[in-house]
Design a protein around this ligand. Sequence first.
Ligand code: PAF
Length: 300
Amino acid sequence: MAVSLAKNTVIPEALIMKIYRTIAELQGALQQVRKQSQLVGLVPTMGNLHAGHLALVRQAMAECDVVLTSIFVNPTQFGPNEDLASYPRTFEADCSALTELACHGIFYPSVEEIYPQGPMLDTRVSVPALSSKLCGSSRPGHFDGVCTVVNKLLNICQPNRAYFGEKDFQQLTIIKHMVSDLNMSTRIISVPTQRADNGLALSSRNNYLSEAQKQQATVIHAALQQTAMALAASEPDIEQLEATAKSLISEAGLAVDYFSICHPETLDGAQKKDRSYRILAAAYLGKIRLIDNLALNLPA
Ligand code: PAF
């Protein structure tokens, strides 16, 4: 039996609201979908879904015939002193949220399914230059873990499109680079950052913050906005603007990791003559590391 959707596509019953725990099961179902030339979208996540993830799923649902969300807390992207063990795992709530959106399938593999030889693989995928700066300086190896698992997920699911949030802008840039350099056929789609009413970028790590800390953390977005306005208003002194933003964040009680005004593609430090910028920031509130970024495009 099959079900017809409004867009006149027919989803095989095997793919409706199913949870796939193995690669073989998932690939069996996807084979049926491909026979019908349907457009497959993948939303890779580590679970603990919030409105930011759900915006990715919504966009994928609007653009693709069949949408899969993967939920996998990837051990290879966590450093030895990071929060792998305590990373929030909320599978049942995630399933309810995805069911409500009518997402077609959830890929929920175990660590052994993805890394049968253990996470210390012989093969790693790396985009070294882009991965060593900004977040990469304080999280060595993090983006190699991300690239390796995203590569595996794209190979396993072979989606036509894969959706990533702009909140992790360095991750998004690195993944686009990897997909282009390795001639992978999946189109990478970026989706704008979702924010709370007070401006705080939505993140699973916000769950670690008290209500007062969530308010305190809004200084990161405020500093990004203030910097964007200053960049737009005058002949910029980039280093001065970065220093001012860092002071603002520190005065609010956060420890700044970096605040950088960058070229939006290379993520190198911006030049005075640039008209497009990506401003990226990371700061610690207690032990919690928060990141955010903002685009600024000035008329040529
Ligand atoms: O952004 C994330 O949640 C993760 O880094 C990703 C892309 C799912 C890879 O594990």
